[in-house]
Write a protein that binds this ligand. Structure first.
Ligand SMILES: *Cc1c(COP(=O)(O)O)cnc(C)c1O
Length: 376
């Protein structure tokens, strides 16, 4: 925990769980990404944490923004990014939203099929499009499904279709899966991208850009490789597949930019057992899956916990949220070890919660307000 977050929490008087994000950490992460791949422009994935202060800090440092909706575009513009620094990276867009984005000055759009190319050609003439290809997500703790992207062979035809309709066939994108702990995960996708560049060139279409996507991890329970290690592996893969003709590249870190910058403070509401003498206790917090910890789904993301009684003997606990939905259990298949002395009313700190928490929080399920967020 950063000293700044510790000091802030000491002065907080309001009730209920909250996330506190330290902008110094976000700025350090941005600097680390910029250093790791100095020729690659950073497009922060706004969805990871769209807080205005986070976006402003990044915009001030020169970051570009990957957005998924008109509202996210408006947030990036409000943070001070000009439209040239914004991509509309969602492959699933309403035609009228593409038109609104185009009118706001956005010229860079993601596609993964002919139908989306046609929408863009109708309302965003001469815009740049990049085609997303499928990626298996092996090695990722939060893998992405087949929902986004097309087979690399089809990407060539999709880009040619864009070219024929007067759009600028600009490049290729992929996402290797979120919380990707294998620094070599980009190699296969870059090999496919190079193949698409070559095939398009044969058809007289010269592509310019490879979008390396996100996937850069945050440290939860285990250490993760540094941004520098990812940068080196990706640069080696670019060299291997593109030789001396390395294209323009962009990357879209989300989790890796903000994850370790935030921490949630929560309170123990109840500690109980399901039977007399049962070893495993149930610990209920005032935050759960519906309060912002949605990524505990299938126990995929396991957050580090700090209690005021760390150092005492521990025993396994099931950890659950406060709502009346039985799905609101965080860790049960693999229980968490918590101090035997843990008591009702204790405050627990959940680390590395800066990404994918505030926006996943429900509006008012069971009357619980959405997760309170402080950016300091
Ligand atoms: C969510 C998303 C990202 C960010 O992914 P992380 O794994 O959080 O870095 C980047 N690009 C696109 C297109 C996304 O949808």
């Amino acid at each position: 925990m950063t000293d700044r977050i510790r000091e802030f929490l000491k002065t907080r008087r309001e009730d209920g769980p909250c996330v506190v994000v330290d902008l110094d950490v976000v700025r350090a992460n941005y600097a680390a990404f910029s250093r790791a791949l100095p020729d690659t422009r950073v497009f922060y994935a706004v969805k990871a944490n769209p807080d205005a202060a986070v976006l402003k800090a990044l915009a001030d440092m020169g970051s570009c923004f990957d957005t998924a909706s008109v509202v996210e575009i408006e947030l990036a513009l409000a943070a001070g990014a000009s439209a040239e620094r914004i991509s509309f990276g969602n492959t699933i867009k309403k035609e009228r939203d593409i038109e609104r984005a185009y009118k706001m000055g956005v010229r860079l759009f993601a596609v993964d099929c002919y139908e989306e190319v046609e929408k863009i050609a109708r309302v965003a003439p001469r815009a740049k499009v990049f085609c997303r290809i499928l990626c298996d997500g092996a090695g990722a703790e939060w893998p992405l499904s087949r929902k986004f992207g097309c087979e690399p062979e089809m990407a060539v035809d999709v880009l040619e279709h864009a070219h024929r309709l007067g759009l600028q066939a600009y490049g290729v994108s992929f996402h290797v899966g979120s919380q990707q702990k294998n620094v070599n995960a980009w190699d296969q996708a870059l090999s496919s991208a190079a193949g698409i560049f070559a095939e398009c060139a044969e058809r007289g279409i010269s592509l310019s850009m490879v979008n390396l996507g996100g996937g850069f991890p945050t440290k939860y329970l285990q250490d993760v490789p540094s941004a520098k290690a990812y940068g080196e592996a990706i640069f080696d893969a670019l060299r291997k597949h593109f030789g001396n003709a390395i294209p323009e590249t962009i990357m879209e870190p989300g989790r890796g930019m903000v994850g370790n910058a935030g921490m949630i403070e929560t309170e123990v509401v109840l500690i109980s057992r399901k039977a007399e003498g049962e070893a495993v206790r149930w610990v209920y917090l005032d935050i759960g899956k519906f309060g912002g910890l949605a990524e505990t789904m299938d126990e995929a993301i396991r957050y580090p916990l700090r209690t005021p009684r760390d150092g005492d003997d521990t025993a396994p606990c099931v950890l659950a949220g406060p709502t009346c939905d039985s799905a609101d259990v965080l860790y049960e298949k693999t229980p968490v070890d918590l101090p035997v002395s843990l008591s009702i009313g204790d405050k627990i700190l959940i680390e590395a919660c800066g990404a994918y928490t505030t926006t996943y929080s429900a509006v008012a399920f069971n009357g619980f307000p959405p997760l309170k967020s402080y950016v300091i």
